[in-house]
Design a protein around this ligand. Structure first.
Ligand SMILES: [Zn+2]
Length: 207
């Protein structure tokens, strides 16, 4: 599996590309802005964009989805249903607008990408429908788990107690994982198990 990364938008959202170079297919995670730069990353990879995967619907993770779909009209978009502005509420920057090729994923769903399998973990806390995507030994953790921190829980749909449950679930995954968060630096699950005070609180309060 290859993984590439660029930072996009005003809040420096981490946008990732991962893919299977043998099957020549890839997915983009959290296209938060700057669709042209994301398209350049896709085109430079030489892979076909099969999926646009969204960890949650906040504007800084989804702004480039519509424009990216204009470049790649066959790409399929996946997001948790709670993260979509289905009722078309105005000025709603915290849920993704309805877009073409839209699909909903939830806990336990899997998506094939060439020889890769994408597993969906529903990890509420930062938002109602936040997910972590597990692909081989990699976690795309969105705004659930950061290096040394976790996502804010004071937005609509956020919950600190749900965040602790989600962090405990990540903590309890077997083995080590490379962690690619929605903001800031990369980390590993083993490092977070040892040093992330939120994860430690989750483990200590939920044993
Ligand atoms: Zn967010």
């Amino acid at each position: 599996m290859i993984v590439k990364h660029i930072q996009v938008g005003q809040i420096g959202t981490n946008c990732y590309l991962f893919g299977d170079e043998t099957a020549k297919v890839c997915a983009v995670v959290d296209p938060g802005d700057q669709a042209h730069q994301i398209a350049k990353m896709v085109n430079d990879s030489g892979l076909n964009l099969q999926y646009i995967l969204v960890t949650h619907g906040h504007f800084d993770h989804v702004l480039a989805v519509p424009e990216l779909l204009e470049f790649y009209p066959n790409a399929q978009v996946y997001i948790h249903r709670s993260e979509v502005n289905e009722r078309k509420l105005p000025n709603n920057y915290m849920q993704m607008p309805l877009v073409p090729n839209l699909h909903y994923y939830e806990e336990g769903d899997t998506l094939p990408l060439g020889s890769l399998t994408i597993e969906v973990m529903h990890t509420p806390g930062h938002s109602l429908g936040s997910v972590v995507l597990r692909v081989e030994d990699v976690l795309f953790s969105g705004d659930t788990l950061f290096q040394g921190a976790c996502g804010r829980t004071d937005f609509a749909g956020g919950s600190y107690s749900e965040m602790l449950h989600s962090l405990k679930r990540l903590h309890d995954l077997p083995g080590n994982f490379q962690v690619y968060p929605g903001h800031e630096g990369f980390t590993t699950l083993e490092q977070e198990r040892k040093r992330n005070n939120y994860m430690l609180e989750a483990v200590n309060s939920l044993r």
